[in-house]
Design a protein around this ligand. Structure first.
Ligand code: GDP
Ligand code: MG
Length: 431
């Protein structure tokens, strides 16, 4: 299921049953979102398959005739996987996969896989694993049932005296593992905060995180703002996640931009906690770019939900820039400016607009800049690289004991340098 970068993208068909209670608009919006999620996983969506149906039966998601049609479409399109826009039951998934002769992933599984890839901290990984195990448990039960009547007979009865069935054993292992992870999580909650502070200190870099709904244009903006892939070769970035890149053209201090998973309109309830944990990046940022699709009719509600969740994860105090994107596709620019003072209205497709956003980000960090003079003794030269990475060096003089550097940098970065220089017993700084 995991995809290597140099592998051919897996060919996928998105498929769904439309029930009478679901409007065409809602149905299509959800499928579009699933396509987007599939792209995030590196799949190539080669087809769409839908059926209007009053309800599902317990073992079959599509009706009998429809399943034949689906099989044909899979063959025609050389599809390797079907993505179902619902959370389907274990037996529905199992039967569909067997009949269609290809892999089946439901919406929940797709989302879990994305979260899994984006979970960067230990905390986020544990959170996502709990959700994955919770999802797997009933599916293992199904697999055990399919394994044979012997196993089914045993797991069906209540009090067994002898050995447990495989399914039973696996389920118990899962329960134990979930409990263990939960304990870890509880222990981490506190540690989490200090870790974050430490990480920020270590990097000493200005960070921007992109947040907002899926399809708002976060990844497009990320690419536009950070420019060429060549930066990946840079040593510093080789150690960073693929979703973190430096602002390009480069700035001093270097500004790192990170992309987040993005909010999902139809987020299965069981995944809320793990979704929030993938927003960790947002908490580490000095600035949030809240990206909103201005051409989406439901943007106001999405904006409100994003703000609410950001507050829930403790990011309410992180400064933010509201970015209304896709204005080339629609939206009332004047009304947006009037209603959301200080917002940016733009299109990621226009170079000039991206340059303006770049400027706004740089301006944000420069507003917080201070000037200071640092004394760097010859014995502390290892800090030199850090000074040059986090500050602009305006002037440098040297004497027998070391170098005097007049620098301009973020107040926090300068303070940190001072503390580190202080540790070596030398400090002659003023702002
Ligand atoms: N017309 C238009 N399309 C855009 C704009 N920004 C992004 N898109 C498109 O919107 C889709 C979703 O963009 P993406 O960056 O993947 O969104 P994300 O889910 O927020 O990361 C892609 O097909 C983009 O090409 C924009 O400003 N105008
Ligand atoms: Mg994206």
């Amino acid at each position: 299921m995991m995809q290597d970068i140099d592998q051919k993208p897996k060919r996928a068909i998105v498929a769904a049953v439309q029930r009478p209670s679901v409007s065409d608009l809602e149905f299509e919006a959800s499928l579009t979102e699933l396509r987007q999620l599939a792209k995030t996983l590196g799949f190539e969506v080669v087809g769409k398959f839908t059926q209007k149906r009053a309800g599902f039966d317990k073992t079959a998601y599509f009706g009998t005739g429809k399943r034949e049609e689906l099989k044909e479409q899979i063959l025609e399109n050389h599809a390797e996987i079907i993505l179902i826009d619902h959370e389907i039951s274990p037996s529905q998934a199992f039967n569909l996969g067997k009949e269609a002769g290809c892999e089946v992933m439901d919406r929940t599984m797709v989302i879990l896989e994305i979260f899994h890839r984006h979970a960067s901290s230990r905390f986020a990984r544990a959170q996502v694993e709990i959700a994955r195990l919770g999802y797997m448990a009933p599916r293992l039960r199904e697999a055990a049932k399919e394994a044979g009547p012997k196993d089914r007979g045993r797991s069906g009865t209540g009090g067994r005296s002898g050995g447990e069935s495989h399914g039973e054993l696996d389920r118990r292992k899962i329960r134990d593992r979930i409990a263990e992870l939960q304990e870890e999580l509880d222990g981490m909650a506190l540690e989490h905060k200090t870790q974050r502070a430490r990480r920020r200190e270590r990097e000493g870099l200005a960070r921007v995180a992109l947040v907002g709904y899926t399809n708002a244009g976060k990844s497009t903006l990320m690419r536009a703002l950070t420019g060429s892939e060549a930066l990946v070769a840079d040593k510093l970035f080789a150690t960073l996640d693929t979703t973190v890149r430096a602002l390009h053209p480069e700035t001093v201090p270097r500004v790192l931009v990170s992309d987040t998973v993005g909010f999902i309109k139809n987020l299965p309830h069981g995944l809320v906690a793990s979704f929030k944990s993938t927003l960790d990046e947002a908490l580490e940022a000095s600035l949030l770019l809240h990206v909103v699709d201005a051409s989406d009719a439901g943007f106001e509600r999405q904006l409100a939900v994003t703000e609410k969740v950001l507050a829930e994860i403790g990011a309410q105090d992180v400064p933010r820039l509201l970015v209304f994107n896709k204005i080339d596709r629609g939206g009332d620019e004047a009304a947006l400016r009037a209603k959301y003072p200080g917002c940016i209205v733009m299109s990621a497709k226009r170079e000039g607009d991206v340059a303006r956003l770049h400027e706004a980000i740089v301006a944000f960090f420069q507003r917080r800049l201070v000037e200071a003079e640092l004394f760097l003794p010859w014995s502390a030269q290892k800090l030199r690289g850090q000074i040059f990475a986090t500050c602009t060096v305006l002037e440098e003089r040297a004497d027998a004991e070391g170098a005097f550097l007049r620098v301009r940098g973020e107040a926090e970065a300068v303070e940190r340098l001072r503390e580190q220089l202080g540790e070596t017993g030398t400090i002659r700084a003023r702002s």
